[in-house]
Design a protein around this ligand. Structure first.
Ligand code: IMP
Ligand code: MG
Length: 437
């Protein structure tokens, strides 16, 4: 495996964590490049379930360098409790490296996330409430605090000196009466800096050096293309760039250093929070998929909205990230249905829509056009074991049809197929011969 970026092609929660955890076995470095603890990855190792928010999924594999890149925003308190949690279960974090350039989520960011959402009234984004948007906003406004600042409490003191009064005024304007305590903040965040200090370094230099030495680097995306700040369903998006291009910028390497890009495509679609979702199923089928797929947020516990696979969405993602492979996840969840549907395109005023619309009013009027597929029986027990041993040709024929249709429409081979929750329940199809026809 050369250097490979793994990104979400829908609205997040595609199962990137599990794919990265699998591929991490072949990598020497796993780097996260955007997002913060709005992300949630669950990975099942044996019977143990690990839920990660800040740490790259690669942390669960021994001997891999796990990097939190410059493009990530970090809530240090959350990161520390995640580290403590792993250590108490015997997982070492000695190989963790945190970018000195990564921005810090401060207490006022979390307060503002809530206050701004309340002020939006009917136009709420439905954020995770973790302060992600306000932290990225401060980064762009040049009011951010970076990891290097909390490691050096002189720098932190200087910045808090003008930031606390400024944020206090803004909070008041937003109708939040909380009194910010600058001294307490300084104490708390310098303690975080002391604890995390040993991990904080120039991670860009480390990743570039690894690439130079021809080590395998895995770039781990968070969220998904439709939540991208530029290309998603704005304003119902997160505050970072989730497309593959940001794997370079967000971890401090040149774009030419990334050889492959895997788009993670869940076999159906889900979305958490507000915003348009053309193939959403508001009926019993949607409910069944949610229950069967365990579609509840790892981060907020909110239930995810479910719908049919939407190729308008995944093609938009491919157009932006240039997938060289697709990791299709959770296809097992679609077992047991009589029929399934895939949205092939949208129609508007009787015409086929060529590109994913920027205007949400237009998107609302688009009518998804579906192709129907015959379902297949649940794949479990001995039948699943046989498939995992024998590969693609042993899959139920209707499932193969479904997969092949997606490959053909996307023009990209399915390189991994997720058939269950556990670590080994993935079909690795990277060596499979694929014909683009
Ligand atoms: P924020 O990232 O907390 O600001 O939330 C903005 C939008 O992105 C909301 O609709 C969230 O539900 C969504 N979002 C953020 N992170 C994730 C994720 O990891 N999975 C799915 N949705 C997410
Ligand atoms: Mg998630």
């Amino acid at each position: 495996m050369p250097s490979l970026a793994v990104v979400g092609s829908q609205w997040g929660d595609e199962g990137k964590g599990k794919i990265v955890d699998y591929l991490a076995e072949e990598a020497q470095v796993v780097a996260r490049f955007q997002g913060g603890n709005n992300a949630g990855h669950s990975v099942k190792v044996g019977e143990e379930l690990f839920k990660l928010h800040h740490l790259p999924s690669g942390i669960l594999r021994k001997g891999k360098l796990a990097v939190i890149g410059n493009g990530v925003v970090i809530d240090p308190g959350v990161l520390i409790s995640e580290i403590d949690g792993l250590e108490s279960r015997g997982v070492s974090v000695a190989n963790l490296r945190i970018s000195d350039r990564a921005h810090v989520i401060m207490p006022y960011h979390k307060l503002l996330d809530g206050a701004e959402e309340r002020l939006r009234k009917g136009a709420k984004v439905g954020t995770t409430g973790r302060g992600i948007g306000p932290a990225y906003a401060d980064k762009a406004a040049r009011l951010g605090i970076r990891m290097m600042d909390i490691v050096d409490d002189g720098l932190l003191r200087e910045k808090l000196g003008f930031l606390v009064p400024l944020k206090q005024r803004y909070l008041e304007m937003c109708g939040d009466a909380t009194k910010l305590d600058g001294a307490a903040m300084l104490k708390e965040y310098s303690a975080h800096g002391t604890r995390l200090g040993p991990f904080v370094t120039d991670t860009g230099a480390i990743v570039r050096d690894a690439l130079k030495k021809r080590k395998n680097v895995l770039f781990e995306g968070a969220q998904g293309t439709m939540l991208d700040i530029d290309h998603g369903t704005y304003p119902y998006v997160t505050s970072s760039a989730t497309v593959a291009g940001n794997a370079a910028s967000g971890s401090g390497v040149p774009p030419s250093a990334i050889d492959d890009v895997f788009g993670v495509v869940k076999a159906y679609t889900t979305r958490v929070g507000e915003g348009p979702f053309p193939t959403e199923l508001l009926d019993d089928i949607g409910k069944t998929i949610a229950d069967k797929g365990g579609e509840f947020g790892t981060t907020t516990g909110r239930s995810r909205r479910c719908g049919w696979l939407d190729l308008m969405v995944t093609k938009h993602a491919h157009a932006l990230s240039g997938f060289t492979g697709l990791a299709m996840t959770k296809i097992d969840v679609l077992g047991g249905f009589d029929e399934l549907k895939i949205c092939t395109h949208y129609r508007l005023d009787g015409k086929k829509v060529a590109h994913f619309p920027a205007d949400l009013r237009v998107l609302q009027k688009c009518e998804p056009v579906y192709k129907r597929f015959d379902g297949w029986e649940d794949l479990e027990g001995a039948a699943l074991d046989r498939v995992l041993k024998r590969g693609f040709s042993a899959l139920p024929e209707n499932m193969r049809r479904y997969v092949r249709f997606v490959e053909k429409e996307m023009g990209v081979p399915v390189t991994m197929l997720g058939l269950g929750r556990r670590r080994h329940e993935i079909l690795d199809l990277r060596k499979r011969k694929w014909k683009n026809k």
